[in-house]
Structures are given as structure tokens and as C-alpha cells.
Write a protein that binds this ligand. Structure first.
Ligand SMILES: *Cc1c(COP(=O)(O)O)cnc(C)c1O
Length: 462
């Protein structure tokens, strides 16, 4: 399996190279040259397998000869070993035809662990083989950073730097990034918002001298290996509700379009998904794009679901590539427009395909809080604010097909919003109950590329 760039101007890479590289050198994102499919019989045969065995069967066709079967199975086993639930991604029922996929039983209590834990294992396997030392830089709206630090802390061939928007992540998110004691971990509080963090990350990748000097690697949701790991739970949950014989729908709380793009891939692979619903908070660029056909940035408004406070939805570029029949030049033109004018207009044909494949909705702050409170009253399930955005939007799209809403984080990760909605403060799981007592270590940095690059260079030399 080879991987090509969405902008058509970077060399094709193997799975391993695409994973280590992150962003392509033409500014695009790597996607598989062709998406492998599973037959209905192969999908049926996933029923009753362990999460790990299903994960192997779903991901293996994408890996090619980058890892041996034994290595890949071992990485999967180690990745999910630390989860706090035997099923890894359990499905619970909320209402007659509405199910919740709990993706928050990993070590940092958000769905990001599914991909990041696996990537950590795969990086370790490949770096042990080559002896190389790399610098991972990530930008986070909160959950990617903690998941990355958890996955890479203490690894001998990796330094991990995480840029997060100063003062704009929850206390639990911040503490998960600032309390690990391993000295290969560096939490950088950037003076700006998440889009500033993401823009700085992109600028570092486009500074080829710096990129080569520090052997930069990316683990943001643009990393193909992360998308791939997220494809698995679309299959396992759908199969447990009767797929491929019975189609299902999904609603996905969306920020950077990584998680829902994994649903698009699952559908391309042959999983019968009827509706794929994009759920946004008040930062609703994706919802507006479906309504108007114009992808147009406005400022980020901080919300109670901060991991979705995003205007530039990086993985949307991967979908655009498909909407434009994989015409890299067309994608590059749209991305130039976005960079130059802050918006681009989707062509009529591509827009039609977008609307055929996806629905969308938005939840306001009040609707989010009301959903947390209503779902607790009717089911006992306590939702985090991101999951509540999903549940609210899903409720507007229910029909005869079973709907699965992705619960992307544990409520205890966002205790203020949950307490506001329910009057009860959700407790942290026992295994991390001392988080508030550990001491913190972080560096505040200006929104200035040269300053941050120099900091990273400096720490590398010491
Ligand atoms: C990252 C995140 C999201 C958004 O996921 P994308 O893949 O960026 O669309 C939603 N909810 C939570 C809790 C997250 O951490």
C-alpha cells in the first residue's frame, strides 16, 4: 500500500514513512492510493472477535510491508492493554434507536487514546529498528496533547513537544500534559488560540531546514496512522448492531474532521453506513459549509466543548480530495484560496457529493447543557460536553436506522460544564484520582515561530 498527497506534488510513501512524516512536503495530507475493501462476509466475520483481533483485520490491508504481522499484532495488543474497559469501545443504549459509543476508557479519557496509543507503539517499533532519534511536535486543543504525552513519555528515541493554547484548555487536560515527570516531555503554553498552535505546527513542517535538523515528526490528527486506528470502532460498533446485514448511522462530534473522516473511510471500505452526521458546537464552519457551499473562516469563540473550538478543520482536505475525484491540483487551489482570502467555494459537483455523503447540525451552549442534564435524567449516562453536542445533533437525525453517537471524552475531563448541567461534579476514575495533587511543569511561549524553534533546538543540544 502506497500513500499519496492530497495536493499531488509530494512523493508517494509507504505506511511507515507516511506515519513518520505527518504533513506532506507539498503541504498536503497523505491518503492511501486506493482504499482496500472488506466483503460482506469479511465484515460479518468480525462479529464476536476481541477488539484487538478486529483491529488487526481492519487495519492490516493498509499497512503493507511496513510491519510484520507479529509486530503489528503486538503493537495493537500493547496499545489497548491499558484501557479501563475490557470491551475497549463499549456501546450503550440511550433511547429506542439511539446508541452511544463510549470512546473514553483509555489512559487520558478521550477517544484520542485509540490512535495515539497505537502510534506510540508503532513509532517505538520502527525507531528501535533504525536507531533514529526524532522530535515530535503536536498542537492540541487539549486532548491530543495529553494523549500524545501519555503515549510517548519515557520513550528513549523521542522528544515530545506539545503546543496548547494558554488558558484555553480544561484543568484536567492541562494537568495531564504538565504533570508527567519524564524529561522527554515538554508542554508549551502558547500565547494564542488552537488555530495559532496548529498554524505554528504547519509552519515548522514547512521550514524544511528545521524539519530536517530536529527530525521532526507529527502526530496530529493529520497523521494517516491516527485516522486508520479510528476506523476500527466504526466497524466493531456497527457489527454489534447487525452490520453488514443492517445499515447503521453515526453522529460524530467534530473539530478537525479526523474522527468523522475515519467513518468516511469505513464506508469506503464497504461498511454500510447510511447517515454520517457532522456535529459542531457554535464554532460551526463545517455545518455552514454544508449549508452554503462556502468554507469560510470566522473567529474562534471559546465554548464548553473546547476540543471542537476550531475553524481550520485540517482533515477536511482529505475529504475534498475525494470530492474532487482525487484531483490534487484542484485541492491545492482551494487551499491557496483559504490561505489568501480566508475562504474557498466548493464546486457544484463536489458540493452535491458532500451533501449526499454527510448531514450536519450544530448545538448551542444551552442545548449542550440541556442535553447533558436530560440524558442523565432519562438514562443515568453522564455525557461530556462534546458527546452532548453529538447526542443533541443525532436526536435531530433519528430515523428507522440505528444511530450511533460517538462519546469522545469522559465527563470528568470537563467537570465544570458537567457540574453546571447536573449539579454533580463527575469524579475522575480511581486510576488517576491524584491528578490534582501532582506538581506541574510547563513553558509559556510567544506566538512566534523563531522563538519556539529556537527553544526546541536549544533543548535538543542539552
Ligand atoms: C479531538 C476531539 C474532538 C474532535 O475530533 P476531530 O477528530 O478533531 O474532529 C471531539 N471531542 C473530543 C473530546 C476531542 O478530544
Amino acid at each position: 500500500m502506497r500513500y499519496i498527497s492530497t495536493r499531488g506534488q509530494a512523493p508517494a510513501l509507504s505506511f511507515e514513512q507516511a506515519m513518520l512524516t505527518g504533513l506532506a512536503r507539498d503541504g498536503g495530507l497523505y491518503v492511501p492510493e486506493a482504499v482496500p475493501t472488506l466483503t460482506p462476509d469479511e465484515i460479518s466475520a468480525l462479529a464476536g472477535l476481541s477488539y484487538e483481533d478486529a483491529a488487526f483485520r481492519i487495519m492490516w490491508p493498509f499497512v503493507g510491508d511496513s510491519f510484520s504481522e507479529v509486530e503489528f499484532r503486538a503493537a495493537i495488543a500493547a496499545a489497548y492493554d491499558g484501557f479501563g474497559h475490557a470491551a475497549r469501545a463499549p456501546l450503550v443504549q440511550l433511547a429506542e434507536n439511539h446508541f452511544l459509543l463510549e470512546l473514553f476508557h483509555g489512559p487520558t479519557l478521550a477517544f484520542k487514546d485509540f490512535a495515539m496509543q497505537l502510534i506510540g507503539q508503532l513509532f517505538q517499533t520502527t525507531l528501535a529498528r533504525s536507531g533514529d532519534r526524532i522530535t515530535i511536535v503536536g498542537a492540541t486543543s487539549g486532548d491530543t496533547g495529553s494523549a500524545a504525552i501519555e503515549a510517548f513519555r519515557g520513550l528513549s528515541n523521542v522528544d515530545v513537544y506539545i503546543l496548547y493554547p494558554h488558558g484555553r484548555v480544561s484543568e484536567v487536560q492541562r494537568r495531564q500534559m504538565t504533570t508527567p515527570i519524564e524529561d522527554n516531555v515538554h508542554a508549551l503554553a502558547l500565547d494564542g488560540d488552537f488555530d495559532d498552535c496548529q498554524a505554528m505546527l504547519k509552519a515548522m513542517f514547512n521550514d524544511f531546514d528545521f524539519r530536517d535538523e530536529v527530525a521532526l515528526a507529527g502526530v496530529n490528527s493529520i497523521n494517516w496512522a491516527r485516522v486508520l486506528a479510528q476506523v476500527v470502532y466504526y466497524f466493531t460498533s456497527a457489527v454489534s448492531l447487525g452490520a453488514p446485514h443492517r445499515p447503521v448511522s453515526f453522529t460524530v462530534p467534530t473539530g478537525n474532521f479526523g474522527d468523522i473522516f475515519a467513518g468516511h473511510i469505513a464506508r469506503e471500505m464497504g461498511l454500510p453506513i447510511q447517515q454520517l452526521v457532522i456535529a459542531t458546537n457554535q464554532n460551526d464552519i463545517l455545518h455552514r459549509t454544508l449549508e452554503t457551499g462556502s468554507y469560510s473562516k470566522s473567529g474562534v469563540t471559546p465554548s464548553i466543548s473546547p476540543s471542537m473550538d476550531i475553524q481550520v478543520s485540517s482533515n477536511f482536505e482529505r475529504l475534498l480530495f475525494d470530492l474532487y475525484d482525487r484531483d490534487g491540483a484542484a485541492v491545492a487551489r482551494q487551499m491557496d484560496d483559504l490561505a489568501n482570502t480566508g475562504s474557498f467555494k466548493i464546486s457544484q459537483g463536489a458540493l452535491q457529493r458532500l451533501r449526499d455523503g454527510f448531514a450536519s447540525g450544530r448545538a448551542s451552549e444551552d442545548e449542550t447543557l440541556a442535553t447533558i442534564s436530560a440524558i442523565r435524567a432519562t438514562t443515568g449516562e453522564v455525557l461530556c460536553p462534546h458527546s452532548a453536542v453529538g447526542v443533541k445533533v443525532a436526536a435531530d437525525h433519528l430515523d428507522a436506522t440505528p444511530m450511533i453517537t460517538l462519546a469522545t471524552a469522559h465527563p470528568a475531563k470537563f467537570p465544570d460544564a458537567v457540574e453546571n448541567a447536573t449539579k454533580d461534579r463527575p469524579p475522575l476514575p480511581n486510576r488517576m484520582a491524584d491528578l490534582y495533587d501532582r506538581s506541574e511543569r510547563l513553558t509559556q511561549v510567544p506566538n512566534d515561530l523563531a522563538a519556539v524553534e529556537n527553544l526546541i533546538r536549544g533543548r535538543r543540544q542539552t
